[in-house]
Design a protein around this ligand. Structure first.
Ligand code: DC
Length: 226
């Protein structure tokens, strides 16, 4: 019997491994994977490159939104994000983007611009999307919803090691500070703050390995697709 295609929403705090798990699930199911945070990061990168990142230039950024084209393409078995035709997967992960993205993600016009594009990816189902408001706002009817949490020091260590491997020498204390600040902004913004949807399965990943998290997700997902 053909399996039913569904939408899987993975929300949660920064650096809890949402993207890693979302990618694995999408691969296993042969679904489309969309990293909605990368879309906010691409807008932030655009603003940085156009010199309109400062708060005083927000209106210019809002007017320029229609000039921003974001696409996801697969190459060498990895999915990469493109900003106006240029692959920017590494550029959107830089610390200058980390420090500004949450502020830009508070702006209603930016959220609305990306919301429409995110919704579009769900037209044919067969989608795994991770972010902050996927289960609450973007796909409130998603068949499977997860919410990842972990203590801040565990997340900071994770992010620090990731950056270190890439050759970025940001201090651990800076990384931790950035995580604390992003949590504060993401959970307190007035529009679509980071919240667990009442029907989402909450997973504290602090003491779990990548495989243990995957197993937990798969237990729920396999029940929904069969
Ligand atoms: O998942 P990430 O760290 O790449 O996300 C970057 C920022 O984008 C995060 O600080 C908050 C914002 N974001 C959001 O507001 N809503 C989403 N659905 C995804 C990300």
């Amino acid at each position: 019997m053909r399996k039913q295609k569904i939408i899987i929403a993975i929300d949660g705090y920064a650096s809890t491994g949402k993207s890693t798990q979302a990618k694995k699930i999408a691969q296993k199911l042969d679904y489309v994977y969309i990293d909605s945070g990368a879309m906010y990061r691409a807008v932030t990168l655009y603003a940085m490159r156009e010199n309109i990142l400062e708060e005083s230039k927000t209106n210019i950024l809002i007017k320029s939104l229609e000039d921003i084209n974001i696409e996801f393409k697969r190459s060498n078995n990895a999915q990469k994000i493109y900003l106006n035709g240029e692959e920017v997967e590494n550029d959107i992960r830089k610390s200058i983007i980390n420090s500004n993205v949450s502020r830009l993600a508070m702006i209603p016009e930016i959220r609305n611009f990306l919301f429409k594009r995110q919704r579009n990816y769900g037209k044919n189902k067969g989608l795994v999307m991770d972010g902050r408001d996927i289960g609450t706002v973007v796909f409130p009817n998603a068949e499977c919803k997860f919410f990842f949490n972990a203590i801040q020091s565990v997340r900071a260590k994770r992010r620090y090691l990731e950056q270190y491997k890439k050759g970025n020498n940001e201090k651990y204390s800076q990384v931790l500070e950035n995580i604390i600040e992003r949590d504060r902004i993401d959970t307190n913004r007035s529009l679509n703050p980071l919240r667990k949807s009442s029907d989402a399965v909450e997973i504290d990943v602090s003491d779990l390995t990548e495989n243990q998290v995957f197993k937990t997700l798969w237990e729920y997902i396999s029940k929904k697709i069969n």
